[in-house]
Write a protein that binds this ligand. Structure first.
Ligand SMILES: CC(=O)N[C@H]1[C@@H](OP(=O)(O)OP(=O)(O)OC[C@H]2O[C@@H](n3ccc(=O)[nH]c3=O)[C@H](O)[C@@H]2O)O[C@H](CO)[C@@H](O)[C@@H]1O
Ligand SMILES: C=C(OP(=O)(O)O)C(=O)O
Length: 444
């Protein structure tokens, strides 16, 4: 089955929604529980499908996962971690990218690991060469097979000196989850320092790790012999929060996002204000508003933290279709994250996609054949359309376009949006949107 949302647009979103823990942190903290000798408790866990996928994979490896006393609390007991059957693991292939982070913890615990083919959003090639290179540096033997990757370690993994070619979030997490129980010290240069990475470091420190985050993207980890479980409240999802902010702006609305946290969203808020959006920060969240009057076009370049997040780009582009003049967009993190604009063009947006780097800094994709820059010309009225969502953020972006558009849209394949947006159809209803979810046979 695949789900469809029928959206009748044209009305501003107004009201309040709450965001819980970040998809891009919670799933990693769940994996970290594999490293502990005792039970972990993770709070503020959202009800999204990526959490369910990681839970299933942990359970296959013998971790007992149950709900805690508090709503959104997971209790993870790793007392009986075991080697899972490859056939069972195979069933998880293709649904999430998190399995690759099981490598270090499983190799420490069991001396071996099998990782299925990865899923996640198709927004580029998404190789895992950095991951495999760092695992080899720690002393793991990596064997690529048709259905996944088998890892083994003839002896305990050893700390090492690593310099990443690019500050990859996932590879930084791979290094952290592996180095904490390796023998000796690991020094990681050119590390990612996204807030979700820092929250993972906080979890690992609670478990007994010794990790310092130095200046200039250098992280030092002193390996220890054993770790305990942790208790932790996940940081809020700054991508979901920004997505609701973008939806408020594009629809001319006013949305209070309970749980949104300003320090993690500074760069988004600056951009939001430059476009002409207004916001108010209080102790419990952020209110995002369209203050009336025309929106302004901007030049926008995505980058690693503290730059403008690539995951914010897709939702915000819809607001740019409503801004006066030409906005220039340069996507520098993923080579193929502008495909979602095709549907926006069908809905009446004027967006031209280019292979050249249109930003101030030439990026890794400039010399290659990737359509990774765009010019958005506005404002244009959007019309409802039949859309099949291409990926998680692109899908939410198209949903925003449907909400801003005149007429009715049918948005197919919204199960992809369930990966990272908790109960979004209910939240839309709470904001006054006319959006009805129904199931239909999968489209082939
Ligand atoms: C589950 C999760 O947390 N996903 C986030 C994570 O993805 P993820 O951790 O997969 O993203 P990375 O930071 O690793 O990827 C950044 C860039 O490095 C490249 N690369 C990465 C690894 C590798 O082995 N080889 C390689 O070439 C990628 O193709 C991409 O061009 O960070 C991204 C960048 O903030 C976010 O958009 C994703 O939402
Ligand atoms: C790209 C994303 O996630 P993933 O890495 O899980 O595909 C995202 O959250 O936008």
């Amino acid at each position: 089955m695949s789900s469809t949302l029928t959206v009748t647009g044209g009305a501003p979103l107004k009201g309040s929604v709450a965001v819980r823990g970040a998809k891009n942190f919670v799933t990693k903290a769940m994996v970290a529980s594999l490293l502990g000798e005792t039970t972990s408790r993770l709070r503020n866990v959202p009800d999204i499908s990526d959490v369910a996928v990681v839970r299933g994979l942990l359970e296959l490896h013998g971790v007992r996962v149950s709900e805690g006393a508090e709503d959104g609390e997971l209790v993870l007991d790793p007392a009986d971690v075991e080697v899972a059957a490859v056939a069972d693991i195979d069933a998880h292939a293709g649904s999430s990218r998190i399995p690759v982070l099981f490598c270090g913890p499983l190799v420490h615990r069991l001396g071996e690991a099998f990782i299925p083919d990865l899923g996640g959003c198709r927004i580029g090639d998404r190789p895992i060469n950095y991951h495999l290179d760092v695992l080899r540096q720690f002393g793991a033997v990596v064997d690529k097979r048709p259905s996944g990757i088998a890892l083994s370690a003839p002896r305990r993994l050893r700390g090492t000196r690593i310099s990443l070619p690019y500050p990859s979030v996932g590879t930084t997490e791979q290094v952290l989850l592996t180095a904490v129980r390796a023998e000796g010290v690991t020094e990681l240069r050119n590390a990612a320092v996204e807030p979700e990475v820092l929250d993972l470091i906080a979890v690992l420190q609670k478990m007994g790790s010794i990790i310092s985050v130095d200046t200039d993207r250098v992280i030092r980890i002193e390996g220890v012999d054993s770790l305990t479980g942790y208790e932790h409240r996940a940081l809020p999802d700054r991508i979901e929060a920004a997505s609701w902010g973008a939806a408020a702006l594009a629809t001319g609305g006013d949305v209070y996002v309970e749980g949104a946290r300003q320090p993690d969203m500074m760069t988004f808020l600056n951009t939001f204000r430059k476009i002409g959006g207004a916001f108010d920060v209080d102790d419990s969240g952020i209110r995002f508003m369209h203050p009336g009057g025309p929106l302004r076009s901007i030049a926008l370049e995505t980058d690693v933290h503290p730059g403008f997040m690539t995951d914010w780009q897709q939702p915000l582009v819809v607001a740019l279709t409503q801004a006066q003049g030409l906005s220039i967009l340069h996507e520098t993190v993923y080579e193929n994250r502008l495909g979602f604009t095709d549907a926006l063009v069908r809905m009446g947006a004027t967006i031209q996609v280019y292979r050249e780097c249109l930003g101030s800094t030439p990026c890794r994709f400039g010399a290659q054949d990737f359509r990774h820059s765009a010019v958005v010309s506005g404002p244009t009225r959007l019309q409802g359309a039949d859309i099949t969502v291409p990926d998680l953020r692109g899908g939410f972006s198209q949903l925003i376009a449907a909400l801003a558009a005149d007429g009715t849209s049918r948005v197919h394949g919204i199960d992809l949006i369930d990966r990272g947006y908790e109960h979004f159809a209910e939240k839309l209803a709470a904001l006054g949107a006319q959006a009805v979810r129904d199931e239909e046979p999968a489209r082939v």
